[in-house]
Ligand binder design. Sequence first.
Ligand SMILES: [Zn+2]
Length: 156
Amino acid sequence: MTVQPLPRSGRLPWLIAAVMLAATTSQSVAGTAVIGGMKLSCSAAKVVVSNAVPGPGFAVEGLIMFGPKFLHAYPPLVQRLVFLHECGHQYVGTDESAADCWAVERGKRQGWLTRAGLKQACKALWHTQADGVHLAGPERCQALEQCFASTPGKGQ
Ligand SMILES: [Zn+2]
């Protein structure tokens, strides 16, 4: 996903402060949010959905944050993958490819992510450039498709 890399520690206190402040007025429930038209949960983290979040998605330990005005630029299916990608960071750490793979596996197991859907999501990522943290779109898509293929499930 075109999510931001994990914030560097220098930026972290500001981000947390802004988000904690926003959390008091947001409608999100800890651990769950409606993203891309579907209620998604991340049992490992609190979830904040707020326009104070300066990007589509961020993860820090125990907390995932989403900015609706950035997230809504993507198709619903990509929005869900962003959610799961950030949730995945709670389990796999800072590795971006591992978080991508975690998201794809979870989406396939939940039954809403199909091979066709993944291809569609990839089109939204295709133009992205490698940035030192994330692979360029085409390589990222190839990795996503490999994760999909190696996950048991009915999705075709
Ligand atoms: Zn990430």
